[in-house]
Design a protein around this ligand. Sequence first.
Ligand SMILES: [Zn+2]
Length: 203
Amino acid sequence: MGHLYAGNKIVGAIFIISTSFLLISGIFYDRLVRNLIIIAGSWLLIALLAAFSANSYNIKYKSEVESLSEPGVLCPNCQTNNPVESEECLKCHKNLKEVLFYKNSEGLLDFPDIEINKTEIIEYKKGLTGKRNGKTEKYSNLIHDVEIKNYAIEPYIQINFKYKNKNGNIKKKFLVVNKYNLEEVKKALDLKNIQYVDNRRRK
Ligand SMILES: [Zn+2]
């Protein structure tokens, strides 16, 4: 995919050079020919920009769709798609059998990706661009007072809970998940023997 992109960059550079040449050479012709060349050059430039943006969009879109459509186990840690029934991640060796719930959040809002495994709940934080920034937050101790509520924006819900931090203090936290993933989240909490109350308002 990197090669493909580099190849298009070269083609793009050739286009830019030839377009610039056309635009500059237009100055030396008579008015009608010059105007025609400028118009043609401008069209070429617009077509080029459109092709470029479509291409970069396509690359992004394709990689997202591929990661979703291929059957397998997506590693929460490094996002490698592993073969079905994999015990551990081929790339980072994360134990995949311990993972009870994992969803990479998509959409306009850059919520962290959430993993619930047998020992902890992990948030994979994201930057402004919606890509992971490498930071994680882990909640492992004494997760209690779990309450499922409506989030301000559809189709999301929030999961409020309390936990004990490294210093032994009880802290409050909430996670945001898509409501279509709620059943899977509940199943994961059940497997961890964590009690919860569902206080969502019916809309
Ligand atoms: Zn991995």
